[in-house]
Ligand binder design. Sequence first.
Ligand SMILES: [Zn+2]
Length: 66
Amino acid sequence: MTLRFCRYCDEPITDPDDAVHLWHEEGMSGPGREVWAHREHVGLVEPDTTLVRLLARVLIAERRRP
Ligand SMILES: [Zn+2]
């Protein structure tokens, strides 16, 4: 069994009954990964902002270019 980490608190989820699958995250290279959260933390997890963060990083990089 692979260790699952909670998206909200970053702690490992040791009890399988406590693990709630949120979504599948696409990897930049490779198969991507599954995103999990503790049952009690599911409602606290922010929606997937990976693309938004990525876009922001690109925009910042563009702006820093001379
Ligand atoms: Zn948690």
